[in-house]
Design a protein around this ligand. Structure first.
Ligand code: NAD
Length: 325
């Protein structure tokens, strides 16, 4: 058995629960903190200690760090709805930045100084066409409060590393998709394409909207880099290795496959996989939605030896359909 203990913030959410599942499989001890604001009790694991609290609560954090010897934190908890972030910026600065700082400060009080942070391609904003696939050095210029709040925390991590003996890896996720053997994406409200297409198949009253059919792409719809959640968590496992064994590493890594699919391609693949028709309507582009977001992830592959295993859109969609049908 592996002797390290990982605190997973947001362990009752989509990515956090699958991170927990795979950490357990790899023999890590896991502890979870989650305030269940968008997560679900049902996806928690009976054997894993769970603290129902937000990450800005110092009393709970101190209790966790006293009751468990934490070696490293996966900081996955966050608010992640772009539209909401524009209407309620305070919530995003609070959860994704201020509460995160409380977590960092409390970690350091207990000499816990390693953290893997769930960042996002939203820190890049709308990259220039010539900057695609996007490298980590690409200018960061968020176009929404969500991306800005994540970038603020990334910047805080840099200063904590420089001044406070903290070591970190921020993984900039592109479009996370797919399911593990037992857990699947389940946001409320759901804003992600694959679950929405599946919803449109199940519920004929639901009107699937495609935002924009006039993008400069092959079929006019937006292109995204869909990364299988299990490959994403495998990148986290590589990050643990680098941080715990003090291997040389960068602070920021993009996580995607280096190629993308348009909205219509995703819909057509789901139609083929499920043998169902999907009704949709075209709507206007949404503000701040870039035409194409594709990651260049060579850095983490070359430096940390991350090897994607599920780079196949049919495999991603199959994994979701298997759990939701
Ligand atoms: N899903 C994606 O495609 C994607 C892409 C880029 C980045 N991310 C980042 O990954 C992380 C997880 O995303 P997800 O899709 O699993 O979302 P999710 O909503 O399913 O999970 C987030 C979890 O964090 C918990 N949480 C929220 N605020 C909290 C707080 N203040 N204290 C404690 N717990 C809190 C929620 O209850 C939930 O269980 C987020 O930080 C998000 O920004 C996700």
């Amino acid at each position: 058995m592996n002797k390290y203990t990982i605190l997973v913030t947001g362990g009752a959410g989509y990515i956090g629960s699958i991170a927990t599942e795979l950490l357990i499989k790899e023999g890590y001890n896991v502890v979870i903190i989650d305030d269940l604001s968008t997560g679900y009790k049902e996806v928690l694991f009976e054997t894993i200690p769970f603290y129902n609290s937000n990450i800005g609560n110092t009393t709970t954090l101190k209790k966790i760090f006293t009751e468990h010897t934490i070696d490293l934190v996966f900081h996955i908890a966050g608010a992640a709805l772009v539209e909401e972030s524009m209407k309620n910026p305070m919530k995003y600065y609070d959860i994704n930045f201020s509460q995160g700082l409380t977590l960092l400060d409390t970690m350091l009080q207990f000499n816990i100084n390693k953290i893997v942070f769930s960042s996002t391609c939203a820190v890049y904003g709308i990259p220039k066409t010539e900057a695609i696939p996007i490298k980590e050095e690409t200018i960061t210029k968020p176009v929404n409060t969500y991306g800005e709040s994540k970038l603020l925390f990334e910047n805080a991590l840099k200063w904590y590393k420089k001044n406070c003996n903290l070591d970190f890896i921020a993984l900039r996720y592109f479009n996370v998709a797919g399911a593990s053997q037992t857990r699947c994406e389940n946001h409320n409200p759901e804003t992600h394409l694959i679950p929405l297409v599946i919803k449109a198949i199940r519920d004929t009253n639901y009107k699937l909207q495609i935002f924009g059919n006039d993008y400069p792409t092959k079929d006019g719809t937006a292109i995204r880099d869909y990364i299988h959640v299990v490959d994403l968590i495998n990148a986290h496992l590589k990050a643990i290795g680098a941080l715990i064994e003090n291997k040389p590493h960068q602070s920021f890594y993009n996580i995607g496959y280096g190629h993308g699919y348009s909205v219509l391609e995703i819909i057509n693949t789901i139609k083929q996989v499920t043998k169902n028709n999907v009704q949709y309507i075209f709507a206007n582009r949404r503000d701040g939605d870039p035409p194409i977001l594709i990651a260049d992830s060579k850095k983490i592959q070359n430096e940390l030896g991350w090897k994607p295993q599920y780079d196949n859109i049919n495999t991603i969609i199959d994994s979701v359909v298997r759990l939701t049908h």
